[in-house]
Design a protein around this ligand. Sequence first.
Ligand SMILES: Nc1ncnc2c1ncn2[C@@H]1O[C@H](COP(=O)(O)OP(=O)(O)O)[C@@H](O)[C@H]1O
Ligand SMILES: [Mg+2]
Length: 264
Amino acid sequence: MRMNTTAALAPTIELHDVVKRYASGTLALQGISFDVGAREFVSLLGPSGCGKSTVLRLVAGLDEVTGGRISSPALGSATTSDTAFVFQDPTLMPWASVFDNVWLPLRLAGQSKDDATAQVRQVLALVGLAEFETAFPAELSGGMRMRTSIARALVTKPHVLLMDEPFAALDEITRQRLNADLLAWWQSNALAVLFVTHSVFEAVFLSQRVLVMGARPGRIVAEVVVVEPMPRTAEFRTSQRYAQTCRDVTRALEVASAADGLSA
Ligand SMILES: Nc1ncnc2c1ncn2[C@@H]1O[C@H](COP(=O)(O)OP(=O)(O)O)[C@@H](O)[C@H]1O
Ligand SMILES: [Mg+2]
């Protein structure tokens, strides 16, 4: 099964019949196939343990497939800075300022602070942290720490952004604000985003396509195309279209978990 219905441009990430078995014997993924187009926003949605993080790690080249094939910029000849990863935990250096945290990937690529300043300030302005470059992570709210983490991901101007439940630890209002901002950053940076979440509401609000996963072993059980122009507005969240799409996606999740023999 190969899934790609909305990608207008050539796929930037492609998975063909991917299998992942861990050394422990756990069959985490079986027969995973999908594409993400350049500049497309796709979510992977599924219950805890269905293999979402495994998919992201494989796409990022942090682990190897047991079977099948993946092509993604992180695995090809392109520089690794073409792909950025954002985790649920912002993983900031607590002893370093916001500026220095965001400078880090450029510093690792050999750029001095002076050389990097314009680029760091530009991305801090983008995520709304221009006033906070000298602050330390402990002085920031959870939302601002996540903004810093996203700024650090975007500072290298990647073409692919892999996000693993980045907003799961945030309160609902902060999460909704970051959802809306993420779509703006996605558009202004011409990114392909593969976004992992277990929230139906978040997946539907953000994505052009939602790939619904089932567990044991992890596989894609449904694809839901969200037919709503980008960028999404606050009005979309309260619309009938949104409610109906959330129901469709929830139904697909229920069918998948019933097939597992698990009650949700
Ligand atoms: N490093 C690992 N070694 C062994 N099993 C793992 C490892 N990482 C994940 N798993 C198992 O693989 C399955 C999928 O895990 P994961 O990809 O983390 O799911 P999700 O992100 O959807 O919660 C789970 O059964 C999990 O216990
Ligand atoms: Mg996970």
